[in-house]
Design a protein around this ligand. Sequence first.
Ligand SMILES: [Zn+2]
Length: 459
Amino acid sequence: MRTLFRGGTVVTAEGARQEDLLVDGERIAAIGQRLPDDGAAVVDAPGLLLLPGGIDVHTHLDMPLGDTASADDFTSGHLAAAFGGTTSHLDFAIQPKGASLREALDLWHARAAGRATIDYGFHMTIADPTPAVLDEIALLPDWGVTTVKVLMAYKGRLQVDDATLFAIARRTASAGILLMAHCENGDAIDILVREAVAAGCRSPRCHALTRPAELEGEATGRAIALAAVAGAPLYVVHVTCDLALQQVRAARARGLRVWAETCPQYFFFTADDLDRPGFEGAKFVCSPPFRTARDQEALWEGVRDGSLDVVATDHCSFNFATQKTLGRDDFSKIPSGVPAIEDRLMVLHHAGVDGGRISLGRFVELTATNPARLFGIYPRKGSLTVGADADIVLFDPQAERTLSARTHHMRVDYNLFEGMTVRGAPVAVWVRGRQIVDGDRFLGQSGSGRFLHRARFAP
Ligand SMILES: [Zn+2]
């Protein structure tokens, strides 16, 4: 099966050029001026952009949490991702207490098996770091997993202490694994949360009050220092504030191997959104929390000057009516997380590219090329180049779309960006040469998404 995209604008991290693009089978076969169709199916694309399929390296589909689980599974999550122009994602396999890493990975493979319609891989979140588990880290690359995440928050549940973080960092460094860290000081947060609840601070706003930016900045600096001494390259997930960003910048200025991510929602919301009336603020509860307008500007500066490398979603959806309400009387019981997997490209294009803050090339770099490079799937994924997988998004930069729970494909009862009208939206999507989205129609077939066996860390 051959497909010729004719007359569109091909966008890569280097920039945008009007060129034809030929797909043969699963791969991109040629890019150039006036390519002959030679019997290929022709897609006329004048006025449209050809983007490399989006890569969302931070998702939590079908994630267990206490007695509940995140609302989107691999079926609805992939459907929504596809409509949003994302064709690959990396989800976090979270080690259950007492389980081996291999068992954890098998659990997540089972969640995706038979359901996947886009390509997917896994990071390993270590939650029970026994000596046997530390020994198992070296085996992860053989299983296609070349990232390990540690959390410095969620005390008593997922949090690792400094000794453990340091021990894990030494193991990831020698195994060719990129260490990822959730940077917040969980010890201090634990005290602040207990004090707030006891003092009667129970509303969603208290979630932000008990997780101050100082504690993200501090933990970011600490993770950087521990990783540096261990010789481990480090990727800081979901940077939300200027204080954390300053740590990343300073580390890079010292020549340390540190990369950083933020999420689209942190550009749009502040802690004030947690004060929305009628418990609506619970829809905006995520960790780290939304910050200030000044932090939003700092994040834009970070994506412009290159100190932020990736925009991923941390998609972790919980229904407002049945799940967020678990914390109606106590903010600390609100499931933490927001839905964004479908809206990432649209809102970032709208505010970033259409808003004049970043170039199209930078947009592609943040949403596809850098994720592919850092996470061991480049050049197969992440760029429109000859030989790469034909993961292609046909994107109309003029199309207007109003984001809403009434029309989105995520299996969650609210949209974070409800009512926001964006300019620029995907109109058709291909994964490895097979079309999966055509306007409003979904053409993906369950089980057609493939596991991404990723290469060792070598950016
Ligand atoms: Zn996350």
